[in-house]
Design a protein around this ligand. Structure first.
Ligand code: S3P
Length: 167
């Protein structure tokens, strides 16, 4: 299996947990675009966005995606907005299978409502903001090769992806 396994989806959908579980199960290396941006800039995403803005963050994200996409047989855990850039989607698809980790806004809200590290939902009405972002991005996430329902359990999502890549 030389194609990469790429996870896309909203913040709080469980991508990072799923990516780590898959890496363990399939014995594959795993990379997170957000973690690599933090390492490269030596700043948390929150601090980076606060000091340099979203455009700067998105350009760093594009650079990291371009590097990671060319790897072979790795797991790539992407930030929720990676699909906003068509070049990211094209490259990730070229070298990998994209899995959309699908979780509805209400479940996302429950999972991340107390997390202060997420700049996107640092607004007066986070649930409404999650709904708005979800609606706007759904057609982009749906460009994935496989849609994985992860609302119920993380374990079943991991198993579904593992089945797909070993078959
Ligand atoms: C973002 C999601 C975050 C992070 C950044 C922007 C988004 O990643 O990349 O805050 O636009 O949805 P997670 O999906 O890992 O939370």
């Amino acid at each position: 299996m030389k194609k990469n396994i790429v996870l896309v989806g909203m913040m709080g959908s469980g991508k990072s947990v799923i990516a780590k579980a898959l890496a363990e199960r399939l014995q594959l290396p795993c990379y997170s675009t957000d973690e690599l941006i933090e390492q490269k800039t030596k700043k948390s995403i929150k601090a980076l966005v606060a000091s340099k803005g979203w455009e700067y963050f998105r350009s760093k994200e594009e650079q990291i995606v371009a590097q990671l996409a060319k790897k072979k047989g790795v797991i790539i855990d992407t930030g929720g907005g990676v699909i906003l850039n068509p070049d990211n989607v094209r490259l990730l698809k070229k070298h990998g299978i994209i899995f959309f980790i699908k979780v509805g806004p209400a479940v996302i809200f429950e999972r991340i409502k107390d997390d202060k590290k997420r700049p996107l939902i640092n607004v007066p009405n986070p649930l409404a903001e999650i709904r708005r972002i979800y609606k706007q991005r759904l057609p982009l996430y749906n460009q994935a090769d496989v849609i994985v329902n992860a609302s119920v359990s993380i374990e079943s999502a991991v198993a579904a992806i593992a089945r797909k890549v070993v078959s």
